[in-house]
Design a protein around this ligand. Structure first.
Ligand SMILES: [Cu+2]
Length: 273
C-alpha cells in the first residue's frame, strides 16, 4: 500500500517526464528532535530551501547516483549542486544521528546492493559558511556485505536499511570537541559495479554513489579532535576491489567484500544493529 498525500502526488506527476529515479533523505533525528530533510524534487518545482533543516541543499532531482567519473568532482562531496545547510543540528557526542531515506513506494531499490558508509569532518567554524572542498573527512562507520542468502548477491547494508523502513543510525563519536561538523552519509550501489572492471579509475560507469551531507553541532567538554581526514574528492577512484567487482556470481563469494574508502577512524564507534 502506498500512501501519497496530495502535494507529493502532484510532485510525482510533474516529474514523470524527467524520470523519478531514486531516493533522497526524508527526515532525520538528532537529540530527539525531528527534522524534515531537503527534497530536491520539491526544489525543482519551486520549493524554497528551508532555514530549519541540517540536511544540505542539493540540486539532485530524482535522487540520481554519481558514477566513478564524478568521484573527483565537487559533486562527490555532498551530492550534485550541494551547498551547506543554514543550521547545524545540536547533538550529543556519543549519541546516534538517525536518517530516513525516501522514494516513491520504498526507501531505496532493493536491487541496489551495497555498503553504507558515514564520514565526519570538522567545519572549524560555522558549517553554514564552510567551503565543501575544504572539508577533511574521516570514516566513522561502514557496513557492507552482511550475509549470504539463496540469491547470488546476498544481503547488504542497503537491504538492511530498506528493511528498517529506510532508517539508518550513525553513532557520533563520544568525546568529540565542541564545534560544528559535517556528516557525510553515503549509500553505494554495486549492481552494475562490474562495468568498471578493467577500465581503470574514474570510468564513466560502475558503482553508484549516493552521498548526502548533514550539519551537526556538538557542545560540551570533549577533547577528541578529528585528525588525518581527506577531502571527499580523494575518497574513491572507482576501480578499487570494493567498487569494481561482479556481485552476481554464484556461488556467493561476496563474503570477502572490501568496503571502499579509507580505514575506519581510530575514534569511531559503531552503532548497534
Ligand atoms: Cu539505480
Amino acid at each position: 500500500m502506498l500512501f501519497v498525500n496530495p502535494p507529493t502526488f502532484l510532485l510525482l506527476s510533474a516529474l514523470t517526464s524527467t524520470g523519478l529515479a531514486h531516493s533522497h533523505l526524508e527526515k532525520l533525528w538528532a537529540n530527539n528532535v525531528e527534522y524534515e530533510a531537503w527534497d530536491p524534487n520539491a526544489g525543482s518545482i519551486g520549493a524554497k530551501y528551508p532555514s530549519d533543516t541540517p540536511s544540505w541543499y542539493t540540486t539532485n532531482v530524482g535522487g540520481n547516483p554519481l558514477k566513478p567519473n564524478m568521484a573527483k568532482t565537487n559533486d562527490i562531496i555532498c551530492a550534485k549542486g550541494a551547498s551547506p545547510a543554514n543550521m547545524s543540528a545540536p547533538i550529543d557526542a556519543g549519541s546516534e544521528l538517525t536518517v530516513k531515506w525516501w522514494m516513491s513506494g520504498y526507501p531505496f531499490p532493493d536491487g541496489h546492493w551495497g555498503p553504507i558508509i558515514d564520514y565526519i569532518a570538522p567545519c572549524n567554524g560555522p558549517c553554514s559558511s564552510v567551503n565543501p572542498a575544504d572539508l577533511q573527512f574521516v570514516k566513522i562507520a561502514e557496513r557492507g556485505f552482511i550475509r549470504t542468502t539463496s540469491s547470488a548477491e546476498g544481503y547488504w547494508a542497503t537491504n538492511e536499511m530498506v528493511a528498517n523502513n529506510g532508517t539508518w543510525a550513525i553513532r557520533i563519536p563520544s568525546g568529540l570537541k565542541a564545534g560544528e561538523y559535517v556528516i557525510r552519509h553515503e549509500l553505494i550501489a554495486l549492481h552494475i559495479a562490474y562495468e568498471a572492471i578493467g577500465k581503470g579509475p574514474y570510468y564513466t560507469d560502475g558503482a553508484e554513489f549516493y552521498p548526502q551531507c548533514i550539519s551537526i553541532k556538538i557542545d560540551g567538554t570533549g577533547t577528541k579532535a578529528i585528525t588525518g581526514g581527506v577531502a571527499a574528492k580523494s575518497l574513491y577512484r572507482g576501480d578499487e576491489p570494493g567498487l569494481a567487482l561482479n556481485i552476481h556470481v554464484m556461488p556467493n563469494n561476496n563474503t570477502n567484500y572490501t568496503i571502499p574508502g579509507p580505514a575506519l577512524w581510530s575514534g569511531a564507534e559503531l552503532a548497534e544493529f
